[in-house]
Design a protein around this ligand. Structure first.
Ligand code: UVW
Length: 311
């Protein structure tokens, strides 16, 4: 993507100042009481789905940059009271990148030209102490809940998983809406299924999961902005396409930059949409209640999450 083309889109989708100069929640501000009441009305069957991967040493990471969680049980078989040794407890320590598996990117996760969302200067915000502004704790309070809408692009194309070089376009999103009979509305959280997560969960191929992968073309940023969506999540590593030549582009990770930095829109990655998608295909209902609050790690640029869907 050419930098000049990128700048024109960035200007069009930029939400800086829209919710005040001190805003830390970006497009999550689209989720108000009316949106939440409408979201609760989508609950009809009482079926519950977790969209989270497990956090363990067999996770999706290759270890080169990010590694899989390491669990250290401590206080194993420790009596609560030495005089009552039959009553014992255990605690755990975990060592892991917050980006190890299913996770949210906070608004401080990426920036360009020295500025973060809402024009915050990166040099004032980011330090070895973390993100003084736009940290993930602001997404955790009051949390993230809304109507979720699944657009199953793999199913639309008649495949289990999209080919690795497939860039999902706004036309694909429109076609999925038409095929599935659902229209994303203001405040909704969009879940995009590529099927790519199966390369890890079903085929057990970590290298393929971390390699070239299908995902959203950056043109989808305007589609998302025009519908006032609150967040976008997908079942791949980065929500957006990570194809050949991505490192040579004038703008690396353009969808990340447009969403997180310009729109203030959080991205959810490695959401396992397989079981949910099968149920949606069966009952024809692609909208539901989604609860996906990150943990309130103060000053962190992301957080693990166990997203829950109630239909
Ligand atoms: C980067 O790799 C920078 O981001 P993400 O994990 O959000 O794709």
């Amino acid at each position: 993507m050419k930098r000049t083309d990128f700048d024109a889109v960035a200007e069009r989708v930029r939400n800086w100042g829209r919710w005040g100069p001190e805003d830390q929640r970006g497009t999550l501000n689209h989720i108000g009481p009316e949106v939440l009441k409408a979201a609760s009305e989508t609950v009809l069957s009482g079926k519950l789905f977790s969209l989270g991967l497990n956090f363990d040493s067999n996770g999706p990471q290759l270890g080169a940059r990010r590694f899989n969680p390491k669990l250290y049980p401590i206080d194993l078989f420790t009596p609560l009271n030495p005089e009552r040794p039959a009553f014992v407890y255990a605690d755990d320590v975990i060592h892991m990148p917050l980006q190890a598996a299913t996770q949210w990117d906070a608004l401080s996760h990426v920036h360009y030209d020295g500025l973060l969302y809402n024009g915050c200067k990166a040099c004032d915000v980011l330090s070895p102490r973390g993100a003084a502004k736009l940290g993930v704790e602001h997404m955790a309070n009051p949390g993230i809940m809304s109507r979720g809408v699944l657009l199953d692009i793999a199913r639309l194309k008649g495949v289990d998983a999209l080919p690795t070089e497939h860039a999902i376009t706004p036309d694909d999103l429109d076609a999925a809406c038409a095929a599935q009979g659902v229209q994303p509305k203001a405040g909704d959280i969009l879940l995009v299924r590529t099927g790519h997560i199966r390369r890890f969960t079903i085929e057990g191929d970590r290298a393929a999961f971390n390699g070239h992968q299908p995902g959203l073309h950056h043109a989808c940023a305007e589609w998302v902005h025009d519908r006032s969506l609150a967040a976008v999540c997908a079942d791949n590593l980065a929500v957006e396409i990570m194809g050949a030549g991505r490192r040579d582009s004038e703008v690396p990770l353009p969808f990340h930059m447009l969403c997180l930095r310009d729109m203030g829109l959080p991205l959810g990655e490695m959401f396992n949409l397989e079981a949910l998608a099968a149920d949606c295909a069966q009952d024809g209902r692609y909208a539901f209640l989604l609860a996906a609050s990150p943990l309130a790690f103060t000053n962190a640029v992301g957080s693990p999450v166990n997203p829950l869907v109630l239909k």
